[in-house]
Design a protein around this ligand. Structure first.
Ligand code: SF4
Length: 498
């Protein structure tokens, strides 16, 4: 259930001609944010979750508890790993005795999970709760056995669309969005969103259907020129959308009008919260909260941390802190938008040549690659971005708008090459030696803006605002509380006697 909101008449984009110029960030950004899929799902869940996301730096409304987040990553990561082994030709299931397959996959899982820091007991629990049921289903329905060496499977594929199209009143609205699809299976024409969250009332887990639909919509409304060359004739419009859990799969009805309604409302909430144009917007946000302390939301992570924390008598200056902090959250949001959202607009709306000229990306070819290091020969020499931070991202397949990216650590700079160590599963994550040919595809190398640092400041501010103690004697001995009382409250700081 989403809080309704009248759709916007239009999304506020930055002026395209200014994107290529040097922009001096000052004051309120003259554009709306460039939301991620996560931002949109938060806003679709509850407008208060969008406030936590954009103003308090906490985008985790739908992450659930820490354990289940780790579990979800391991579930998805291992299935991707297993399928990559098969399509890369490193694992042949047909060669194994069917009775021994489950044991063989379990031993691959235990090796995979131990390399990611899971001890035997934790890994055993994850195996029993999620991987084993999934493996048993896939061995029973034969779908794992259908995978072949060279199949075109892509995991964690980035989709960045500055002008996704949603229909409204017989017309079209454009909105920006970016996110990652868990799996795109070109052979079986399917997009899969995978989760360990439980189904709800016989349907898919909360908002997972909207998530896979949103990614599909972002992909299918990209201009063909922004797709990888070999994908321009792939009929993504016809692809099946699936939400996959350990126990059950859900095929999503692409024609459901609810998805567009939910997204128009989500964009509208995000615009209103971030623009502060309407004085009463915060009251409207809280009027539309999707739960109460008496009936907290079952899935949202915020009830007792973000939304309904206990109120403590100390520091007594909390109301004053809340009043003084309010504009800081907004200023930090603007900083996030200047740093992060503007970068997303630039890297998705400027052409490749303009991005190179602005120093936002470098283009080059991978000339050699081993698990330890990959050499990228650059088209225009080593750019300025090679100085400073040594963390980069590299598009190893596809385009900035639609492709596989890997994080990379800079090891060495030579005359016209960068030598890097790729993170994750490296080049092999392309999953297909046919579509991805390191010697011929051109790669983009770039650094993302550190907008997460500003989100961290928002979170820190909110943490200070929420801290509290009950007992006066304890409050009198905790220096942070005393300091806050001195800065924001009635406490007098003793001066030195003359
Ligand atoms: S706890 Fe309730 S009010 Fe708060 S963000 Fe979640 S759903 Fe909304």
């Amino acid at each position: 259930m989403t809080a309704e909101r009248r759709p916007l008449s239009k999304w506020l984009y930055p002026e395209k001609k200014k994107l290529g110029e040097d922009i001096f960030p000052a004051g309120r950004p003259p554009f709306d944010p460039f939301p991620s899929v996560t931002n949109l799902l938060n806003a679709a869940l509850c407008p208060v979750a969008a406030v936590h996301d954009f103003l308090r730096g906490n985008e985790g409304a739908l992450l659930g508890q820490y354990d289940s987040r780790n579990l979800g990553e391991l579930f998805h990561g291992f299935i991707a790993h297993l399928k990559r082994l098969i399509v890369d030709g490193k694992l042949d299931l047909s060669a194994s005795n069917p009775g021994a397959l489950e044991g063989a996959i379990q031993s691959i899982f235990l090796d995979y999970s131990s390399k990611r820091g899971f001890g035997p007991s934790a890994a055993g629990q994850v195996w029993e709760r999620s991987i084993q049921p999934w493996v048993n289903r896939r061995l029973l329905d034969g779908s794992l056995g259908l995978l072949r060496k060279g199949d075109h499977l892509f995991f964690e594929l980035w989709i960045v669309n500055p002008r996704m199209e949603l229909t409204l009143d017989g017309g079209v609205r454009h909105y920006p969005v970016y996110g990652r699809a868990d799996e795109i299976d070109i052979e079986r024409q399917r997009i899969i969103e995978r989760t360990v969250k439980p189904p709800i009332s016989g349907g898919p887990p909360l908002l997972k259907d909207l998530q896979v639909w949103l990614l599909w919509k972002a992909l299918t409304t990209l201009p063909k020129k922004d797709l990888p060359g070999s994908w321009r004739s792939v009929p993504f419009e016809r692809f099946e959308l699936m939400v996959e859990t350990p126990e059950v799969d859900f095929v999503i009805d692409k024609a459901s009008p609810d998805f567009e309604t939910q997204l128009h409302a989500a964009y509208s909430w995000i615009h209103d919260i971030c623009s502060f144009e309407q004085p009463g917007v915060m009251r409207e946000v809280y009027d539309n909260a999707q739960c109460t302390p008496q009936a907290p939301h079952r899935e949202c992570s915020h009830p007792f941390t973000g939304c309904f924390p206990r109120t403590f008598p100390f520091p007594s200056s909390r109301p004053e802190m809340k009043r003084i902090f309010a504009p800081w959250y907004r200023l930090l949001l603007w900083e996030r938008m200047w740093q992060g959202d503007l970068w997303w607009y630039q890297t998705s709306m400027l052409d490749s040549q303009a991005l190179v000229e602005k120093g936002l990306i470098s283009r080059g070819r991978i000339v050699s690659s081993t698990p330890e290091k990959t050499e990228i020969r650059l088209e225009h020499g080593v750019p300025q971005i090679a100085g400073g931070f040594d963390r980069f991202e590299v598009v190893v397949f596809g385009t900035m708008a639609c492709g596989l990216r890997t994080d990379a650590k800079l090891l060495e700079v030579t005359d016209n090459s960068l030598v890097m160590k790729f993170g994750g599963e490296g080049v092999s994550r392309a999953g297909s030696a046919v579509l991805f040919q390191p010697s011929s595809d051109s790669s983009s190398v770039f650094q993302r803006q550190p907008e997460f640092l500003t989100s961290g400041s928002q979170r820190g501010l909110f943490k200070v605002q929420k801290m509290g103690l009950i007992k006066p004697e304890r409050a009198a001995s905790v220096s942070q509380v005393q300091l806050l009382e001195a800065i924001f409250g009635p406490k007098r700081v003793a001066g030195r006697k003359r």
